[in-house]
Design a protein around this ligand. Sequence first.
Ligand code: GYE
Length: 350
Amino acid sequence: MNLSTLPRLRTAAVAIALTLSVAACGGGSGSSEAASPAAGGGDASPAAGGEGGSADGELISVGFSQVGAESGWRAANTQSIQETLTEENGFELSFSDAQQQQQNQIQAIRTYIAQGVDVIAFSPVVESGWDAVLEEAAAADIPVVLTDRAVDTQNEDLYVSFIGSDFVEEGRRAGQWVSEELGTEPINVVELQGTTGSAPANDRKAGFEEAIADNDNVTITASQTGNFTRAEGRQVMEGFLQSEGAENIDVLYAHNDDMGLGAIEAIEAAGLVPGEDIKIVTIDAVRDGMQALADGKINFIVECNPLLGPDLAQIITDVVNGVPVDKRIVVEDESFTQEQAIEALPDRQY
Ligand code: GYE
């Protein structure tokens, strides 16, 4: 495993196994109950050096169902997973892209169950509707790890661990910035939501609304999904400019960089200056977003770290080897102003 690509995550297990990463990391974050060890058994610890591999030296077979390829964030996330869950590191990875369709993910998970993989991992496109297929995995004794996005279930025993960012907190930070920096006078905000029903769309909306709730100057005047893509971000922003009138839009809050970047195209096509005529706040901090922030076209970005591969590898290894894992592992995120983006850009990994 390449330690230099470790994200700034913290879990007890990872902190112990990957002591080297700790120096580079910030303060610790969440994690609560420990999950009971899942299938696999055995009391051996993970292979030395943080590499994967089951206790008996066999490759660990992993079925991973990815959401899609909708954004720069997703591309970086896929790359991190594929570069980490390699044979060299002790894994045999089956990877599938669900093209943002829940039905495709359910099918992929059923295929992995039929194949009898050691562990299934997936990033659920939407929050609800997973219980049936997760029960099938449980019946087959295959542990499931959630990465990036949560599921909405009454039965949390249906997965062993969930690693991902705190999306409510991300939305809150975006809302706080808007409220404090721009909400000193009355402003109208239009909102580009992520994929309808997805955890990041639900949570980033809720967090933002919470943060602006006590500032009467800040009003969300229009809110619509742009499905986390650049093309739909542009299209929906064109609609906002028409329905609201450009002069009535002070701020755009986009749930990810890509939709913000699409919206910038629409704003420029309308003869306006993004970042000035319409202020823009987004979430992710992927390279293209950070470049637009450094160029003054975006005003503030809350980070969402996509480099989940190394920690996912560690969780999977622990689960297979019967080492307890945390039920919830929270990824730490930063945020960036324009000045901070200029400074951070040269060292960005994604
Ligand atoms: O912010 C967005 C992607 O689930 C955190 O999905 C992820 C989100 C990310 O499409 O760009």
